[in-house]
Ligand binder design. Sequence first.
Ligand code: ADP
Length: 464
Amino acid sequence: MFRKVLVANRGEIALRIVRTCAEMDVCTVAIHSTVDADRLSVQYADQALCIGNAPAAESYLNMETVVSAALCTECDAVHPGFGFLSENADFAQMCEDAGLTFIGPSPRAIRMLGDKAAARALVAECGVPVVPGSQGIVCDVDTARRAADQVGYPVLIKASAGGGGRGMRRADDAEGLVAAFDTARSEALACFGDDAVYVEKLIEHPRHVEIQILADSFGHVVHLGERECSIQRNNQKLVEESPSPALDDSMRSAMGAAAVRIAQSAGYTGAGTVEFVVAGSCFYFIEMNARIQVEHPVTEMRCGLDLVREQLCIAAGLPLRFEQDDIALRGHAIECRIIAEDPRNNFRPSPGSVGFLHFPGGNGVRVDSDLYAGSTVSPFYDSMIAKVIVCAPTRLEAVRKMRRALEETVVEGVSTNLDLALLIMFNGDFLKGSYHTGFIGQNLGQLLDFDDVVCRLDSEEAVR
Ligand code: ADP
């Protein structure tokens, strides 16, 4: 096992990694920007190093500085967390070249999966359905138009290097395609430094369902079931649950097997997620995320594994200690992302200083957060401040546990989406498990109307 790991991230995921390392008797080094010196991950790590100014480009994204921080503190491995450098193949390569183990897949696998157009081709070769679309990158608007004519409107123009819904534009007809093509390309260039785009059929009212996998360096791959992530705002996930109310057993095992096949043919190692859109009884691959994901605790609550521990073991060259049949998924888990933002003001981020703070506890409730009273929600970084995760024997019990947990949560000093999360837990369609990725867009006005809560008992009747 590693002696010392550099945690190349910040916020709750940095703390999450520091905690698991401590439990494994592995020392940690926290790197931080000038405004992050008082984060909990920095306080709990064995060592800390300031690596630059607040803008991520001058600290957490500065590859040379991160690698030299690992070398000068005598680390033998680097955990990238999610976001920042986690899916940067050049960074993974730079770590390997410096003699550091990158806790994640190989640079080759990251590079291939990061190129979404190439990943679609690989997946199609495995016999897994991909969303109908262009054959690879489209370089000009005429090629995009031909691809769109073939699959039929509406379509999405998507950045090949994209993610988080950025560099993605909808076109409803040939006229709209020109504008969508140009905007997607320029956004892709601005966000990812790469203007390559491809065309994909827009699946109307789909669900987003993803499969968590673990793969060791001996070719063993297992899946840990699915996460349903269709409650999204602006293509970003807000609430995740497992199991998905949309899947029956045969679809569940088909998607699990597909995810394992994809990981095997990509030569993937580590923890990863294969994302699908689901429409009725059909599922289509959209992308594979080559990292640990924000919503991984939903899976941990059901399978009892610590995925960060598994990442470290795999990166240290150990074989998986279990096979597919050993994986037992129990109960129903839900996660709500608590974000410092104002849902009544177009989800505008709400940075500031946190006053009184109280997080919930009790049986089956987990909170992942590095916030404490007096800490700051910085305008420089992502505004997610906590994840509240619950697990209970049935879905209705999990929903009730989440309501109780959210009702106990108090975050003063910044605006948050706590009310919205709570109201989702009372929404009739959510309770029936009958929702798709357009849920927030269609229901926001009604959700923010507190009177809706009186529907709660009726809705519960519906779910029984
Ligand atoms: P990520 O945010 O995980 O990097 P994407 O940017 O590819 O993933 O997609 C973000 C969201 O956009 C998905 O969760 C899904 O809701 C939606 N989406 C992506 N592709 C399609 C599609 N072809 N049809 C309908 N919705 C899609």
